[in-house]
Design a protein around this ligand. Structure first.
Ligand code: HEC
Ligand code: HEC
Length: 188
């Protein structure tokens, strides 16, 4: 038979472990809320709509000129995104209402994996973002690397009078890493 003192030690250990797990889960879920607020900021979700046209501005109105997602996210053949969107934002002297640009080639997700951020509940958004079947086959490492691409970093330098993402970039990345380190838990 187990000595009573040993049994107590084991019970205490088990409790501490599950308490640590709960704490890590809660910290991960809290970190995801910071991530979610960024994903659903207009600078991000305008390219991640539920419909097949990108959105514009802080109110997320449908993109002018009947611009469409097209067969691969780069627009319809006759109105490709990069016809208007260059590799950098136009100079400030051009004023507002000009098409922004990024070196990685301006486009939205293709029709097979739309990566919808608009209107998703926190839980649904979380499940989708980390699901390799729905996110373009990105594991957690590839997702983290994606945060360094110009499509994402543009949100903090959108130019031409647009409001940047409210949460600082470093805060966003740190929250993402805390969420990932906690096992990418999703809110209930
Ligand atoms: C110009 C359009 C555009 C903008 C603006 C944009 N994205 Fe994306 N995003 C894409 C495309 C396209 C993909 C699919 C991957 C690819 O083709 O590079 C993508 C994929 C992603 C993914 C990985 C897929 C997933 O859902 O798991 C994340 C995360 C992401 N974007 C976050 C952001 C964040 C954060 C912002 C704002 C700071 C942002 N995006 C702004 C076009 C955009
Ligand atoms: C005919 C030119 C043209 C084409 C083609 C075009 N755009 Fe635009 N786009 C613009 C202009 C101009 C603006 C700026 C409008 C404004 O700020 O009021 C803009 C703004 C945007 C914005 C808004 C950024 C923000 O957060 O406010 C997004 C997102 C966007 N375009 C995505 C796309 C995507 C994706 C494609 C291809 C599927 C595309 N655009 C094709 C001209 C174009």
């Amino acid at each position: 038979m187990m000595r009573p003192s040993l049994a107590i030690v084991l019970v205490v250990l088990a409790c501490t472990q599950s308490r640590d797990e709960k704490r890590q889960y809660a910290a991960g879920v809290a970190a995801f809320d910071t991530v979610r607020a960024v994903l659903q900021h207009p600078r991000c979700q305008n390219c991640h709509p539920a419909g097949d046209a990108p959105l514009q501005g802080d109110k997320g109105r449908v993109h002018a000129m009947n611009v469409q997602r097209g067969p691969n996210g780069y627009g319809a053949a006759a109105a490709g995104c990069t016809t208007c969107h260059g590799v950098v934002n136009p100079p400030a002297s051009y004023g507002p209402r000009v098409p922004p640009g990024v070196p990685d080639g301006w486009h939205m997700p293709g029709p097979e994996e739309k990566l919808v951020f608009v209107g998703r509940t926190p839980r649904a958004l979380c499940e989708q973002v980390k699901d390799e079947k729905r996110n373009g086959g990105k594991d957690m490492k590839a997702l983290r690397e994606h945060l360094n691409t110009s499509l994402v970093t543009w949100g903090w330098g959108p130019g031409n009078g647009r409001n940047p993402v409210t949460t600082p970039y470093a805060t966003f990345v740190a929250a993402w890493e805390r969420w990932a380190a906690a096992g990418a838990p999703c809110p209930a």
